[in-house]
Design a protein around this ligand. Structure first.
Ligand SMILES: NC(=O)c1ccc[n+]([C@@H]2O[C@H](COP(=O)([O-])OP(=O)(O)OC[C@H]3O[C@@H](n4cnc5c(N)ncnc54)[C@H](O)[C@@H]3O)[C@@H](O)[C@H]2O)c1
Ligand SMILES: O=P(O)(O)OC[C@H](O)CO
Length: 332
């Protein structure tokens, strides 16, 4: 029986499980595919998602989710956002009654427009104080290579945030804490959308001025959105907001940036999805976030343009840090 369980053996689940194990927790990782579990357990490698990375001996993997959850005192979730609900519906009752449940994901559920912590609360019917989310500038491969990185653990319960942050740290990974779950979660979701926009302009061939303009206006857009839903403005200037925006928009390791780049090069949404071998959460989050923004009356010109490019209704060359229909100058 392990101290902690991580569900999802893609690039982030495997990396986070390694970080937990390197921090001293005996860790079990659930992989959906039996071959993946076998490779991690026996060869200490996950070649599909983390080529070249040696995994620690204290990390055990299994394809049996019930075995993974048995007795785990903390449960970390790292499956694609659109599939979380089903995993919890099928196996949630195997989670130990007091165990904190921690979302490592950065997406919004398409049909319901719910954040992952909301999906967890709804499916498991547990108190919000037992739920935490982790977010920050956390490109998996860099962390798997043990490059120094920080993240923030957020929970409405300071005790839960602290308990999780104590486990989720080691020599190369540091966890801060906060209690702004809405801001921390939306920071991770929304930077993906700005990263798609930055990828698009990169694919078109535009340079640093265009990217910096879109990143800066993107942060303002992300902040307005998150604050409209109850987030603290300060959170958006922290690791889960600005920090993650910088990392994701500036790195070819980012799948959202990569998806945007393909769009900018002229590939259609369908082609991009077919070419992506890993999860680019931003693609599925565009529509629900746009609907949420409309609901609250938040103006999101960059998101709107990403949506138009994805729908094939706008030439990627026309994407700009403002809506091209703006006639009059507006306040920065
Ligand atoms: N990779 C990163 O750098 C990183 C960093 C921080 C947060 N995240 C977030 O972590 C989450 C997971 O992303 P990832 O990078 O590990 O994705 P990934 O594409 O690398 O891996 C996804 C994993 O989920 C599994 N999976 C696919 N469909 C499933 C289903 N129906 N049910 C259960 N499991 C399924 C896959 O087998 C795979 O193991 C995303 O929300 C992402 O935004 C990723
Ligand atoms: O590869 P991406 O675009 O999903 O980004 C990964 C992490 O969220 C970066 O913090």
């Amino acid at each position: 029986m392990a101290d902690v369980a991580v569900l999802g053996a893609g690039s982030w689940g495997t990396t986070f499980a390694k970080a937990l194990a390197d921090g001293g927790s005996s860790t079990v990782l659930w992989a959906r595919r039996a071959e993946a579990a076998r490779e991690i357990d026996q060869s200490r490698r996950n070649t599909r998602y983390l080529p070249g990375i040696d995994l620690p001996a204290s990390l055990h993997a299994t394809a049996d989710i019930r075995e993974a959850l048995a007795g785990a005192s903390q449960v970390y979730l790292a499956v694609p956002s659109q599939h979380l609900r089903q995993v919890l519906r099928d196996h949630g009752e195997a989670i130990a009654p007091e165990a904190p449940v921690v979302s490592l994901m950065k997406g919004v559920e398409a049909g319901t427009r719910l954040r992952m912590s909301e999906v967890i609360a709804e499916e498991l019917r547990i108190d919000a104080g037992r739920i935490a989310v982790v977010s920050g500038p956390n490109l998996a491969l860099e962390i798997a290579q043990e490059q120094p990185t920080a993240a923030v653990v957020s929970s409405s319960s300071p005790e839960t945030a602290r308990d999780v942050a104590r486990r989720a740290r080691n020599d190369y990974f540091h966890s801060f804490i906060n209690n702004d779950v809405v801001g921390t979660e939306f920071g991770g979701v929304l930077k993906n959308l700005v990263a798609v926009a930055i990828g698009i302009v990169d694919g078109v061939g535009y340079g640093e001025n265009t990217k910096a303009s879109i990143m800066t206006r993107g942060l303002s857009e992300v902040t307005d959105f998150a604050v409209a839903f109850g987030a603290e403005r300060e959170t958006m200037r922290g690791l889960a907001g600005l920090g993650d925006l910088i990392a994701t928009c500036g790195s070819p390791l980012s799948r959202n940036f990569t998806a945007g780049r393909l769009l900018g090069m002229g590939y259609s949404r369908t082609d991009v999805i077919a070419r992506m071998e890993q999860t680019a959460e931003g693609l599925a989050s565009v529509e629900p976030v746009a609907q949420l923004a409309e609901q609250r009356g938040v103006r999101m010109p960059i998101l709107e343009q990403v949506r138009l490019v994805l729908d094939g209704a706008m030439d990627p060359r026309d994407i700009a840090p403002h809506l091209t229909t703006d006639d009059e100058p507006i306040e920065e």
